[in-house]
Design a protein around this ligand. Structure first.
Ligand SMILES: Cc1cc2nc3c(=O)[nH]c(=O)nc-3n(C[C@H](O)[C@H](O)[C@H](O)COP(=O)(O)O)c2cc1C
Length: 184
């Protein structure tokens, strides 16, 4: 179930946060973006399927939340199609890309203009326990039901409760740093 978007006592109102970010000088936002680009991150294809249909997008803002119970978080732009689809389908699968899969990352980021069907046609999939597409050849695929959402400015944090996990071959990981791909 989604959490109501009412701020808890003593917590900042997320909409107020959005207003403050917008009020920052442009230089500070540029410096923040530059600072974030210095952080090396793994790259994943986030997928979903259900009443709203099959959808996928590249994400790097994802990490483990807790192992008791197993749960992870993903930060997703509220204007993206994957956001609307996950909100409706209530499930998602986080597929972590291997070092040789930068082309798939670009495809699911919409960089070559591919719509959903061509995006999915560019790789092999199986259906996970939740119904979300699981990428064959991913380093790992974490199949989750949507536990909670929290809106902050332009993005939502999706909290997923793990329903199944699939481990692929232990290839090098695809890493994104300084707006470029690396293999580690
Ligand atoms: C390496 C990389 C990492 C990205 N990480 C995120 C992310 O964490 N969250 C997000 O909302 N979008 C992220 N994006 C952007 C989305 O992939 C892209 O905006 C989205 O797929 C395009 O929207 P569409 O699927 O509706 O066409 C990332 C893009 C790239 C190339």
């Amino acid at each position: 179930m989604s959490a109501p978007n009412k701020p808890a006592p003593n917590q900042p109102d997320p909409t107020a946060l959005a207003g403050k970010a917008a009020a920052l000088p442009a230089l500070d936002i540029a410096r923040f973006r530059e600072a974030m680009s210095r952080i090396a991150t793994a790259v994943h294809v986030l997928t979903t399927d259900g009443v709203s249909g099959r959808c996928g997008a590249t994400v790097s803002a994802a990490c483990s939340l807790t192992d008791s119970p197993p749960a992870l978080i993903v930060c997703v732009n509220r204007s993206s199609r994957i956001h609307a689809a996950v909100m409706e389908n209530r499930v998602f699968c986080l597929n972590t890309l291997a070092g040789h899969q930068s082309g798939l990352s670009d495809t699911f980021a919409g960089r070559n203009g591919a719509d959903m069907e061509p995006r999915f046609a560019s790789a092999e999939w199986i259906t996970g326990a939740t119904g979300a597409p699981v990428l064959v050849g991913a380093l790992m695929s974490a199949d989750c039901s949507l536990l909670q959402t929290h809106d902050v400015g332009s993005h939502s944090i999706f909290i997923g409760a793990l329903k199944d996990v699939r481990l692929g071959e232990a290839h090098d990981a695809l890493i994104y740093k300084a707006r470029a791909y690396h293999s580690l």
